[in-house]
Design a protein around this ligand. Structure first.
Ligand code: UGA
Length: 433
């Protein structure tokens, strides 16, 4: 098939590369010439394991092309995917301005005959019907379309694996013809097919992300109970998660969820609920616990680490990505800077993005080795569970740190072993000093 993707962020670029690799001809439309030039030369711009290789492979096979010009690809496409951002408005609702403006551009460039327009962006309930209306208003009278909501469930850091072997593929549409074409496109991929209506597909996406965020907040809430009572949260959640109805996944306590999806999607679901006069207390509690997890961790740092230099490892919102959007590490950094600490930070991939954000602040420096951050530091704070930190030479860490204090926001070390090594070690939901 000939497919166009509008947008080359995580969802757009990864899915475009995967469909190109499966033998389709794929066009990716963007707005920024510089970025498109980099993409065309094999630089995916974002750090995502395996993506550069897949992009280069498909550029060489000429199955993927990048352009700013809608007239190049829209008229020859069987399917056009919308994969642009829906960032939060000030009130927390999802901003659909770009979705609607690209819908209009698609409409204006449609060929005579049939095209499917499929929305992969996370959009509020009713957006797909509005997309159809916008396109129907501007399109040529010989062109006709069906709209399909095809939400995306890939995670950053494991995006290729998630796209090649998804748990499920959700296809929401009123049109049998469109559903069958989408089923055909997804044929080589694993995963259960879920065929639903447009609104159901839109809600599935928000419900999934909010329930995952709820699991994390629940784990964090239980970690507070453990800290107050002397229980060990990892023992507790191991016992809880073994119930197959519950499971262990997304039950890791820490300094809370971040990233470009969970915080924004929980907020957007709250605003949708408010608009429908529904009780959104449950969703608001998810957010409150997420904030509390960070506040409690910050209090621990301030209590145990004397003012002065402090080392901080992990800037991305999770490992295996350089994405720092809504990273919990930044809330910790901001609180420590406000309190007068001087931070020496390290992250294997995200330091460049973080450096851009803090470029005017002299009280935070970004170093190229985790060990260098420890010089003269009164303690070490860990915000992201990169494998590199799990395999670090702890003897060396202890030797360099001015005071052997570690505040671990992601529970990556064993408290008993850390005590034996002579560290003052505080993690989340496990009492040890
Ligand atoms: C999330 C969803 O997992 C994807 O299914 C979805 O497609 C994506 O949002 C999206 O809407 O585009 P992502 O934000 O890439 O994916 O990352 P996650 O692995 O879900 O992690 C989100 C945050 O939760 C991270 O800050 C992570 O550290 C935190 N987390 C995750 C925990 O604190 N505990 C856990 O047990 C799991």
């Amino acid at each position: 098939m000939i497919i166009t993707f509008i947008g080359h962020g995580y969802v757009g670029l990864v899915t475009a590369c995967v469909f190109a690799d499966l033998g389709n001809t794929v066009y990716v439309i963007g707005r920024n010439q510089d970025k498109l030039k980099r993409l065309s030369s094999g630089d995916p711009i974002i750090f995502e394991p395996g993506l550069q290789e897949l992009l280069k492979k498909n550029l060489a096979k000429k199955t993927i092309h990048f352009t700013t010009d809608y007239s190049v690809s829209i008229p020859k496409s069987d399917i056009v995917f919308i994969a642009v951002g829906t960032p939060p408005n000030e009130d927390g609702s999802a901003n659909t301005t770009t979705v609607y403006s690209v819908a209009e551009l698609i409409g204006k460039h449609l060929k005579k005959g049939y095209t499917i327009v499929s929305c992969k962006s996370t959009v509020p309930i009713g957006t797909n019907r509005k997309i159809k209306k916008i396109i129907d208003t501007v399109k040529n009278k010989d062109a006709y379309i069906d709209v399909v909501s095809c939400p995306e469930f890939l995670r950053e850091g494991t995006a290729l694996q998630d796209t090649f072997t998804p748990d499920r593929i959700v296809i929401g549409s009123d049109s049998k013809k469109a559903i069958n074409i989408l089923l055909d496109l997804h044929k080589p991929l694993e995963g259960k097919r879920v065929i639903v209506g447009l609104e159901s597909a839109e809600i599935i996406k928000y419900a999934s992300n909010s329930l995952l965020a709820a699991k994390i907040s629940f784990a964090n809430l239980i970690s507070f109970y453990c800290e107050e009572t002397g229980a060990d949260v990892l023992e507790v959640l191991e016992g809880v998660g073994l119930d197959r109805r519950i499971g262990h996944r997304f039950l890791q306590p820490g300094i809370g969820y971040g990233g470009s999806c969970f915080p924004k999607d929980v907020k957007a679901l709250i605003t949708m609920g408010d608009a429908l006069s529904l009780d959104t207390t449950f969703l608001k509690a998810i957010e409150k616990i997420n904030r509390d997890a960070q506040t409690r961790f910050i209090s621990k740092i301030k209590k145990y680490v004397p003012k002065g230099k402090i080392a901080l490892w992990g800037l991305s919102f999770k490992p295996n990505t350089d994405d720092v959007r809504d990273s919990p590490a930044f809330n910790i950094i901001n609180a420590l800077l406000y309190d007068g600490y001087t931070i020496q930070a390290y992250d294997p991939e995200a330091y460049k993005n973080a450096k851009r954000i803090y470029k005017k602040n002299k009280n935070i420096t970004f170093l190229s080795s985790p060990y260098d951050t420890l010089n003269e530091a009164n303690g070490l704070v860990i915000c992201t569970e990169w494998n590199e930190f799990k395999q670090i030479d702890l003897q060396q860490v202890k030797k360099i740190l001015k005071k052997p204090i570690i505040l671990d926001g992601r529970n990556i070390y064993e408290p008993k072993k850390m005590k034996i090594r002579g560290f003052t070690y505080l993690s989340v939901g496990r009492n040890s000093v």
